[in-house]
Design a protein around this ligand. Structure first.
Ligand code: C2E
Ligand code: MG
Ligand code: MG
Length: 245
């Protein structure tokens, strides 16, 4: 099969948005101390009739590059807020985490928009957590004003994939995060690698010292679960607990 070009994907993504062929899956994040539900993370999915399932790691960067990301973000936010209402009616009151591209944060009025969306649907803002990842061209420190506005409104902020890529200690000190998510790469070899264990423990201590909760994602085995609990992480997420559903 010939590889699908970015152009073709972009066109198909625009149509998928229009024809409502995107959906969200939700993955639980549980408190390690007692196994209770801390929150759920929303993960976007695109099932295309011609292209099959397209991974977010493939289509999000294309949406970012070609000006479609804001539309995706707005669709995602509307979807998860409505889902929260449905759960609430069923008696499930959980915080919901949503991944946000740093590009969407470049609009200073974005926090107001999110607040209006929450208020319009009567979803309390403190039930929403935004997960952010830093990229090479989008340092989060530059977004200080926007991030502070979210916190003033009571919206939680998590730094995702911490410890690899571009995330730095500087941001943790300067930015108003509420949660730190240890990158899956450390969790993946926590059983084999003493270095990874040391790093996770140091990251958890650092998070606590700064008043943040520490989440480990990508937990696939009981041994990983046990070890990351011992190393001081507060919240766990991964296929062992539940796949996105
Ligand atoms: P992320 O936010 O770090 O999400 C974690 C990824 O790990 C998800 O991949 C999830 O399905 C996967 N995962 C969960 N548990 C396990 C496990 O035990 N083992 C392994 N190996 N993987 C696990 P997914 O859903 O393909 O998403 C990939 C990335 O795409 C996300 O990374 C996030 O950065 C981005 N993304 C997903 N949904 C959205 C969205 O709605 N908006 C934006 N802007 N980005 C999104
Ligand atoms: Mg995430
Ligand atoms: Mg992550």
């Amino acid at each position: 099969m010939t590889p699908v070009t970015d152009d073709k994907l972009l066109g198909a993504l625009g149509r998928a948005l229009h024809d409502q062929r995107l959906h969200m899956l939700y993955q639980p994040k549980v408190r390690l101390r007692d196994g209770s539900l801390a929150s759920v993370e929303a993960l976007m999915r695109w099932d295309d009739p011609d292209l099959g399932t397209v991974e977010p790691s493939r289509f999000i960067p294309i949406a970012e590059e070609h000006g479609l990301i804001d539309e995706l973000t707005h669709w995602g936010l509307r979807t998860i807020l409505r889902q929260w209402l449905d759960w609430c009616e069923e008696g499930i009151d959980t915080a919901i985490a949503f991944n946000i591209s740093a590009l969407s944060l470049q609009h200073l009025d974005f926090p107001d928009l999110v607040e209006r969306m929450c208020r319009g649907l009567e979803v309390p803002t403190d039930r929403l957590v935004l997960e952010l990842t830093e990229g090479a061209t989008q340092p989060l420190v530059k977004l200080m004003d926007t991030l502070t506005r979210f916190r003033i409104k009571g919206i939680g902020l998590a730094i995702d994939d911490f410890g690899t890529g571009y995330s730095s200690l500087m941001q943790l000190r300067q930015l108003p995060f509420t949660e730190l998510k240890v990158d899956q790469a450390f969790v993946a070899d926590v059983a084999r690698s003493r270095d990874s264990r040391l790093i996770i423990q140091a990251i958890a201590d650092l998070a606590h010292g700064l008043g943040l909760s520490a989440t480990a994602e990508g937990i696939e085995t009981l041994e990983q679960l046990r070890t990351i609990s011992e190393l001081g992480c507060d919240v766990g997420q991964g296929y062992l607990i539940s796949a996105p559903m």
